[in-house]
Design a protein around this ligand. Structure first.
Ligand SMILES: C[S@@+](CC[C@H](N)C(=O)[O-])C[C@H]1O[C@@H](n2cnc3c(N)ncnc32)[C@H](O)[C@@H]1O
Length: 310
């Protein structure tokens, strides 16, 4: 069997399992996959390889992956019902998220396995990587010796793309509160002599005095009680001309989402209130609707933005 077909066959097996267990959901993600494969064939193959290698490494079968994934979808449905009824997220604060999710290796394990496959199954997750990569080329010179901090890397796809595009990067520090999550990051990003360091820590307890050129905050703000606090802390760790990459979803009920953004403007306002200036931003809506409809119907919009200090 050829190496390039193996990940695709594996993915097809996962999709078949999802179809067997949840036909309606399968329909939704299958149309995403068809579009993504058509529009970004090489990039899709590259991310699928990362996903495939990870699952292979930890010996997860398509059956197990589909079960983990559908468990997460079921969690979303429960949190979604609460959200649409009460207009707020069910998880009340970050301490509760830590107790119920990050410190629970059983939950964290199926959640992270599921989030990993969602990076290629969901169009808003996949498309944000395409935007991120294209903007890296516009905003940076790829020979820059970047010092990078990734907060809550999870699967670590953003750092993977930075490492690939900036081969002369100077260092990469990755900080995650969850041990389970960081184990996944380590397997996906790996090591590079002493240039890559992993820290199993709450970012609020991360004491670093050296400054960074690029700080990645992928889907973190919505996990915090007071997201402005983290922006202020991290702005102190950013070099004068350094850049932040921030992503966060609006209207996105989940077991560990605490802070509700109702629309993209609220995200941009929060970032500006922390003394940061938006360089570029884009919306990635989870369904095929425009932004106004997404806001009205409270459909998730994954906002991606680059910003720097004023
Ligand atoms: C949804 S995942 C995000 C993964 C990835 N960065 C992305 O953009 O998709 C959230 C990650 O943030 C981590 N996390 C949540 N609160 C944190 C905190 N206070 N300090 C460090 N990591 C945190 C979680 O353990 C998890 O790995």
């Amino acid at each position: 069997m050829e190496n390039t077909t193996q990940p695709l066959l594996f993915l097809n097996d996962i999709l078949k399992e999802i179809n067997k267990k949840d036909k309606l959901h399968f329909k939704r993600i299958n149309s995403n996959i068809i579009n993504v494969k058509k529009n970004f064939p090489l990039e899709f193959e590259e991310l699928l390889d990362l996903v495939f290698n990870y699952y292979n490494f930890v010996h997860l079968s398509p059956n197990q992956i589909s079960n983990d994934y559908l468990k997460m979808i079921n969690d979303y449905r429960i949190d979604g019902l609460y959200f649409y009824k009460h207009g707020k997220y069910r998880c009340e604060n970050q301490q509760m998220a830590y107790k119920n999710v990050y410190s629970n290796s059983e939950i964290m394990s199926y959640y992270m396995n599921a989030l990993l496959i969602s990076q290629i199954l969901w169009k808003h997750h996949f498309n944000i990587y395409m935007y991120f990569q294209s903007q890296l080329k516009v905003l940076f010179n790829n020979s820059e010796k970047l010092k990078v901090l990734d907060v809550g890397p999870g699967h670590g796809f953003f750092s993977y793309l930075v490492k690939k595009n900036f081969t002369q990067y100077e260092k990469m520090d990755l900080v995650d509160i969850s041990e389970t999550s960081l184990l996944m990051t380590k397997k996906i990003i790996g090591y590079d002599e002493d240039k890559i360091k992993y820290f199993n820590k709450d970012i609020f307890l991360f004491d670093e005095t050296n400054k960074y050129d690029f700080i990645v905050l992928g889907e973190i703000l919505e996990h915090l009680d007071n997201p402005k606090e983290i922006l202020l802390k991290l702005a102190n760790l950013l070099n004068k001309d350094g850049m932040f990459w921030i992503t966060t979803p609006t209207n996105s009920p989940a077991i560990d989402h605490v802070y509700l953004f109702n629309n993209k403007e609220e995200v941009l306002e929060l970032v500006k209130s922390a003394g940061l200036e938006i360089v570029d931003s884009k919306s990635f809506i989870a369904e095929d609707v425009d932004e106004e409809t997404a806001n009205k119907k409270r459909i998730t919009n994954l906002v991606g933005l680059f910003c720097k200090k004023k």
